[in-house]
Design a protein around this ligand. Structure first.
Ligand SMILES: C[S@@+](CC[C@H](N)C(=O)[O-])C[C@H]1O[C@@H](n2cnc3c(N)ncnc32)[C@H](O)[C@@H]1O
Length: 184
């Protein structure tokens, strides 16, 4: 990953989180799905870590807790400019898009969509069956204590509340990312 390229994309991924996304993408034994891509900052980190496809699921029309409105044109131009050739954007609601993925087809899932508790829970239960045994599930904004300088998205405590209920093996944390492993 190139720091200048990373810094050229608007988003909320810290340098340590970028390295964690990149590291687990490189460990993924299959395609990756990302829920919530915005303008492609995390997508870039994933893309640079793997030769597998990276599916980027987003509504791309603006989100009350993110800055700005439509993000698809910036997402596309960023991914083209940085030659992220394994990126496949999917324009849609994560609560529906999971239906087009076969069970156990993904090596890694990154959840960074709607941060409300019920939405994070729905994303987890809808998408977990799509991850192969031994694969990884990562959550962004999973904990907010400490001195991280972040925009307050208001509902981020929903992510923190939900991951406390997860029964998967906890692998590590990196800034606000929590990494879990799906059992073999
Ligand atoms: C915090 S931003 C993602 C930031 C991005 N990962 C980055 O690196 O900058 C959350 C994104 O989730 C998307 N989103 C919210 N609800 C969604 C849903 N139900 N289905 C798909 N995407 C959704 C929003 O459009 C927004 O772009």
């Amino acid at each position: 990953m190139d720091t200048k390229e990373f810094n050229s994309i608007q988003g909320w991924i810290t340098p340590d989180e970028a390295n964690t996304l990149n590291e687990f993408a490189s460990k993924s034994s299959g395609p990756i799905a990302e829920i919530g891509s915005f303008k492609g900052k995390s997508s870039y980190c994933l893309s640079r870590g793997t030769a597998y496809s990276v599916y980027c699921i987003d509504l791309f029309y603006g989100y009350s807790h993110c800055v700005g409105g439509e993000s698809y044109s910036d997402f596309l131009s960023n991914m083209r400019r940085l030659k992220c050739k394994n990126i496949h954007p999917i324009f849609g609601d994560s609560k529906i898009v999971h239906e087009i993925f076969a069970d156990r087809c993904l090596g890694m899932l990154f959840i960074d969509g709607d941060h409300a508790y019920d939405s994070v829970k729905a994303d987890y239960y809808n998408w977990k069956p799509k991850v192969m045994p031994g694969g990884y599930i990562l959550f962004h904004d999973s904990h907010w204590k400490g001195d991280l300088t972040k925009i307050d998205f208001g509902q981020c405590e929903g992510v923190e509340q939900f991951i406390a209920e997860i029964d998967l093996e906890h692998v590590c944390d990196s800034d606000t990312i929590s990494v879990f492993k799906v059992g073999e």
